[in-house]
Unconditional design. Structure first.
Length: 482
């Protein structure tokens, strides 16, 4: 059954046609003016009683509520407004995000302003905040918004990387009856980026951020991108390049630093941090005697490093030092300090120090009273370190002692059971000791030769004398000449 047409609405001056729905039920839309209802827009009357009584051909065929009595308003239903009756027209005014260019992981405040263009105050507005059409917050604004008044609502969103559309919708569930629904939505676009972490360091150094390794280039900077969060940063402790190296000293961030090569850093935005390194150079030590000949390494070397620290080396004499002056305080060689006269050395890069130590050669020249060299004499020296060394003179009468540390020398020369003392001498350069023996094999031979010569002369003399005596005796026996 279908029935269309104009219905009478008792007491109402405005109404609309009644039509049937798809289910053959009746639907009627009626517009009732405030004046017909005795209402003044904006006043504090929030509800009105009403009932529906439907008659057809003079007969009651339906009413609402079911127990309603047209003569008893107490049995009627009620229409309520959350504030007061009147026209409501909510309109978006502005939308902004702070910060406007957020870092990934940063909290973004979405601030939204809306106004009431209607003539009735209103409260309980639902506001939907969306990012890329995904709801991030549904706000029930319980404040009262007066006619022509404005309110600001906000939501917090933790930014993710990329470009995003932020939008706000007034009454997204379409609960409020408004005169205009086309002004309830507003959108903006923002771009969120990762925070840029700039790490300054020496070229060639490896920097690790949350497990990602980057080698610092010629710009002496490494760039990393990260969320706003705590990151783990590690700097390579030592970077070698031939005979040069860089040694990590500390992290520097706004004049606050850490000596630990691994730190945890809270990223709060684009940041810059510097890894402070110290350049060091390989210094190799070579030990020479007074003639420039290589000698065996000393037992210890003590020196003051350019940074002021006192260092003792034992057995290994290649060391990394920073730029500056190193001062050698002792070279203990054969238990004697053989430190060269020049003990200060500048370190401006890799270098080899040729240290001419106070190590000398000693020659003992043994001769006799005839100034002849004495071969085969046993020469014993007491060295500056207290040890004894022995040599036998050669055909030239010399005994040579090589690489003797500086200090006081003494000793003896033994020959033919006779010991001659060598008095103490200070060894400050190559030294030749001349020792004269009172008796030597050569002297003895010479004396034997002299004695033999004397005896021969005497024998010849006595022999001639004897012959002369015999001749004189013969002449006397012959008598005087006739």
């Amino acid at each position: 059954m279908s029935r269309n047409g104009i219905f009478n609405a008792a007491g109402l001056k405005q109404y609309k046609d009644a039509i049937t729905t798809d289910s053959n039920e009746w639907r009627v839309e009626i517009a009732i003016g405030f004046s017909d209802l005795g209402l003044i827009p904006g006043q504090e009357n929030k509800s009105i009683a009403f009932a529906i009584f439907i008659r057809d051909n003079g007969q009651d065929i339906a009413h609402w509520p079911d127990n309603s009595d047209k003569d008893s308003p107490k049995t009627w239903g009620a229409l309520s407004s959350r504030n007061s009756w009147g026209k409501v027209d909510l309109e978006t005014q502005s939308l902004m995000a702070v910060p406007t260019a957020p870092i990934t992981g940063e909290n973004v405040t979405i601030a939204f302003m809306y106004t009431n263009k209607g003539n009735s105050p209103f409260s309980g507005v639902q506001i939907g905040f969306y990012v890329d059409n995904a709801l991030i917050k549904m706000l029930n604004d319980t404040r009262v918004i007066e006619p022509s008044g404005s309110l600001i609502a906000s939501a917090i969103w933790r930014a993710t990387s990329g470009n995003h559309t932020i939008s706000v919708k007034l009454d997204p569930l379409n609960i409020i009856y408004e005169t205009n629904k086309d002004n309830n939505e507003l959108s903006i676009t923002i771009a969120a980026k990762l925070a840029m972490l700039t790490i300054k360091a020496e070229e060639g150094v490896n920097i690790t951020v949350n497990g990602n390794v980057t080698r610092v280039g010629s710009s002496k900077e490494a760039i990393f991108y990260a969320n706003l969060s705590e990151v783990r940063i590690s700097a390579q402790k030592t970077n070698y390049f031939a005979d040069n190296r860089y040694v990590f000293q500390r992290w520097k961030l706004d004049d606050v630093g850490s000596n630990n090569s691994t730190i945890m850093l809270l990223i709060s935005g684009d940041m810059e941090i510097e890894a402070i390194y110290k350049a060091e150079y390989m210094v190799r030590m070579s030990f020479l005697d007074s003639k420039g000949h290589q000698i065996s390494p000393p037992s210890t070397v003590r020196f003051i490093a350019p940074n002021g620290s006192s260092i003792v080396l034992r057995g290994g004499y290649d060391i990394w030092l920073s730029q500056g002056t190193m001062t050698i305080t002792s070279i203990n060689w054969s238990d004697v300090n053989v430190l060269p006269s020049d003990s200060n050395y500048n370190v401006v890069g890799p270098r080899t120090l040729s240290l001419n130590c106070k190590v000398f050669d000693v020659t003992v020249a043994v001769g006799d009273s005839l100034d002849l060299p004495v071969a085969g004499a046993n020469v014993m020296l007491v060295l500056p370190n207290g040890t004894k060394a022995s040599r036998v003179t050669g055909f030239d009468g010399k005994a040579i002692f090589l690489r003797i540390p500086t200090g006081r020398l003494s000793g003896t020369v033994s020959n033919l059971g006779i010991i001659t003392t060598i008095t103490g001498r200070e060894l400050i350069s190559d030294l030749t000791l001349n020792v004269t023996l009172a008796l030597s094999f050569g002297t003895i031979v010479f004396m034997i030769i002299i004695v033999a010569a004397i005896l021969v002369v005497l024998a010849f003399y006595w022999r001639r004398k004897a012959k002369r005596q015999e001749s004189d005796k013969l002449l006397r026996s012959l008598g005087p000449p006739v």
